[in-house]
Write a protein that binds this ligand. Structure first.
Ligand SMILES: [Ca+2]
Length: 168
């Protein structure tokens, strides 16, 4: 009886902490990217139904040089005092350079600010990976628009799929 009790307390504590961490993150937007619907950029990129992380298609970018590709503009998320996390699945082939996510927060009165996910950039030839970038919003810093881009800073092929915007 006592032994059972001693084992179960740390287990319960662990479960409690795990649940707290999971429930803290709230999904704001999910873009499955199975076609070009709703995407800002409609040319120079193509749907690839054969290569995707979710089995339903992705976007293929064949970059001939450095380019920032606007993917989505969000204007119905009004939020402050949090961390915004922009995540995507990406894969590259013969990428001579780097690809990473870029998120702009637009404040109508004060201008635009970006966050770039250099620490999870991909290069060369890779399988599917999750990359991300985080933007810290202080209290009363409420963006009017959030722009989600992918930057290909080089030459090569990049696929992008399954985009999530969450608050932490
Ligand atoms: Ca997809």
């Amino acid at each position: 009886m006592n032994k059972y009790f001693i084992i179960s307390i740390p287990l319960l504590l662990f479960l409690f902490i795990s649940c707290s961490i999971q429930t803290k993150r709230v999904e704001l937007k999910h873009f499955p990217i199975d076609d070009l619907n709703g995407m800002v950029t409609q040319s120079g990129i193509q749907v690839d139904k054969a290569v995707s992380s979710d089995g339903k298609g992705s976007i293929k970018i064949e970059a001939a040089g450095p380019a920032a590709i606007p993917l989505f503009i969000i204007d119905d998320v009004r939020i402050d005092d949090t961390q915004l996390m922009y995540e995507a699945k990406v894969k590259s082939e013969s990428l001579n350079g780097q690809a990473y996510l870029e998120m702009w927060c637009v404040f109508n009165d004060e201008g635009e600010y970006f966050s770039r996910g250099f620490d999870s950039a991909i290069a060369g030839t890779t399988g599917w990976q999750t990359i991300k970038t985080v933007f810290l919003l202080k209290k009363n810093e409420m963006p009017d628009q959030i722009k989600l881009n992918v930057v290909v800073n080089g030459v090569g092929t990049v696929w992008i799929d399954d985009i999530h915007l969450s608050k932490l």
